[in-house]
Design a protein around this ligand. Sequence first.
Ligand code: ROI
Length: 163
Amino acid sequence: MIPTLCYIALGSNQGDPVAKANSAISVLSAHPDLTVTSVSSLYRSAPMGPQDQPDYINAVLAIETHLDAIELLDALQQIELEHGRERKDERWGPRTLDLDILLFGQETINNPRLTVPHYGMKVREFVIYPLLEIAPQLVLPCGTSLISLADNCDRNGLEVYNL
Ligand code: ROI
């Protein structure tokens, strides 16, 4: 069986987001069911949504897996919980660790728990530019190229995070 190439977005803005991001990358890399094939730089981004919250650290990873999409979602949600994720009611509020499936191969998934491609990935600079770093030739299942999304997306102050 050929594994599925997937892209995962990582975001954090609570309790040392850089440490959380690095820890999540380590845990994903060590996971028996996942092979991490590339990791973008860490980026610092202004919050999308309510502005009275800290800046975010964002990154994107490419992984290969034999899991199905829901099994992958379960694995990611388990890692979120281990990093102190609490699901609160507040829409677009701060988060300790967010791991979102952006793409699952070339599949389109509309499941009550999971929508793939991720609904925000076409417009969010903190997804598009890290993804461009690791997959510049990427084309979405709808036929849109990542490069054309970047052409239409302001960086909104997004910058590579350096210590
Ligand atoms: N804003 C930024 N910059 N990065 C995120 O990862 C992020 N995640 C979210 C919301 C609250 C929409 N804002 C974000 O879930």
